[in-house]
Design a protein around this ligand. Structure first.
Ligand code: FVT
Ligand code: ZN
Ligand code: ZN
Length: 334
C-alpha cells in the first residue's frame, strides 16, 4: 500500500541535510574578499575625516586619513576600492573642469595610493556631476538638455586623466550613450588599453535609492533629474540593450545598480554575457535599509543573506559600503 505522504522520488531534503552538502547545493555563492569592492569618498583636505550624516559608519576622507584606514582593511583582506572625488573649494563650472585638474583630489591621491598599496585594485568613478555647476552627469546645451557629443568627449578626457594618474579601472557612471567606445579609443591612443580596464555602469537605473549618496557628494542636479540618461526602473529591455551596447563598445566589466530590487536584471545580464565579470552596486539607499533592519546580529545575518542572493543571481563582485563589516564577518568565520 503506498503512503500518500511519502513519495520517494519527491524527497529533496536528503540532498541538503548536512552543511557540507548545502555548500554543494549553493555553487558560486561564497563571499570572499575578491567578491567585494569598497567605495570611498575622497575630499580635498588631506587630513579630513568627515562623517556622512545620512550614512552611519561612512566617512569622507582626505588621502592622509584614507591611507591608514585602507592599511587596516588591506590587512583584513580588502582587494579593491572605488574612489569618488568630492570638491568643496575647487570651482564647479559648466564643463566640470575640476574633474581632471591637477588639484583634483583623485588625481593627486592616485600615485600615493598606488605606492602605499601595490596589490590593491584601484577603480575610479568617472562622472561630471560632482564637478559641474549644474550638477548633471554630462554637459548641457545652451538651451538646456544634454549635449551628447561634448559630454562623451569630456567623459573620455576625464577617464584618461585618471588612467594616466594610476587608476587600474575607470568606471563611467554618467550613462551617456557611447562613452565606452570613446574611453576605450582614448586608452588605445595613449597605449593604456592593456593596463587599464573599463567597468561600465551599464545598467544604472534612475532609482530613488541614491538619496544618502547625493547628500554625501553634494551632487544633486540643480534643475531637472537624470531620467533622460539613467534607465527607467521598470525596463528590463533597455537594460539588456545597454549591456549589449557596452559589451560591443569594449566594456571589460558590467554593472547593475542598484542591486536588491534589480536581481532579475543581474540574472538576465549574466545569462547573456557569462564571459564578462558582473558587478552589483549595493547603493546608499540599500545600505540605509539594511543598516536599520534589526539589531547588530540580525542586521549582519540579513546582510550576508542578501550578498549570497546577489551571488546566486549572477554577481561576481558587489560594491558595498559594508565592505569593512563584511571583511570582519568573513575573517571571524574562518
Ligand atoms: N555613481 C555612483 C552613485 O550614484 C552611487 C549611488 C549610491 O550609493 O546611492
Ligand atoms: Zn553623475
Ligand atoms: Zn552616480
Amino acid at each position: 500500500m503506498s503512503n500518500l505522504y511519502l513519495t520517494p522520488e519527491h524527497v529533496l531534503q536528503g540532498g541538503y541535510h548536512h552543511a557540507a552538502l548545502r555548500k554543494l547545493q549553493e555553487p558560486n555563492t561564497s563571499i570572499e574578499p575578491h567578491n567585494i569592492m569598497y567605495p570611498v569618498f575622497l575630499v580635498e583636505k588631506d587630513n579630513a575625516i568627515e562623517p556622512v550624516h545620512s550614512m552611519p559608519n561612512v566617512n569622507r576622507y582626505g588621502v592622509d586619513q584614507l591611507i591608514p584606514l585602507l592599511a587596516e582593511l588591506v590587512e583584513k583582506g580588502l582587494k579593491s576600492i572605488l574612489i569618488f572625488g568630492i570638491v568643496e573649494t575647487l570651482p564647479k563650472d559648466p564643463t566640470g573642469t575640476s574633474a581632471d585638474s591637477v588639484d583634483n583630489p583623485v588625481i593627486k591621491a592616485l600615485p600615493k595610493l598606488r605606492a602605499a598599496f601595490p596589490d590593491l585594485l584601484i577603480a575610479c568613478d568617472v562622472c561630471l556631476c560632482p564637478y559641474t555647476s549644474h550638477g548633471h552627469c554630462g554637459l548641457l546645451k545652451s538651451g538646456g538638455g544634454i549635449d551628447h557629443e561634448a559630454s562623451v568627449k569630456r567623459i573620455a578626457e576625464v577617464a584618461l586623466a585618471y588612467a594616466k594618474a594610476g587608476a587600474h579601472v575607470v568606471a563611467p557612471s554618467d550613462m551617456m550613450d557611447n562613452r565606452i567606445k570613446a574611453i576605450k579609443e582614448e586608452l588605445v591612443r595613449n597605449k593604456l588599453q592593456n593596463q587599464v580596464s573599463i567597468l561600465s555602469y551599464s545598467c544604472k537605473f534612475a532609482s530613488s535609492m541614491y538619496g544618502p549618496f547625493r547628500d554625501t557628494m553634494k551632487s544633486s542636479p540643480m534643475e531637472g533629474d537624470r531620467k533622460c540618461y539613467q534607465l527607467p526602473p521598470g525596463s528590463a529591455a533597455l537594460a539588456a540593450r545597454a549591456a549589449a551596447r557596452d559589451v560591443a563598445e569594449g566594456a571589460d566589466f558590467l554593472m547593475v545598480k542598484p542591486g536588491l530590487p534589480y536581481l532579475d536584471i543581474v540574472r538576465q545580464t549574466k545569462d547573456r554575457f557569462p564571459h564578462h565579470p558582473l558587478f552589483i552596486y549595493q547603493v546608499s539607499g540599500e545600505y540605509e535599509l539594511i543598516s536599520r533592519s534589526g539589531d547588530r546580529a540580525s542586521m549582519q545575518t540579513n546582510l550576508m543573506e542578501i550578498l549570497t542572493c546577489m551571488r546566486r543571481a549572477g554577481a561576481d563582485c558587489i560594491i558595498t559600503y559594508f565592505a569593512p563589516l563584511i571583511l570582519s564577518i568573513i575573517s571571524e568565520k574562518k
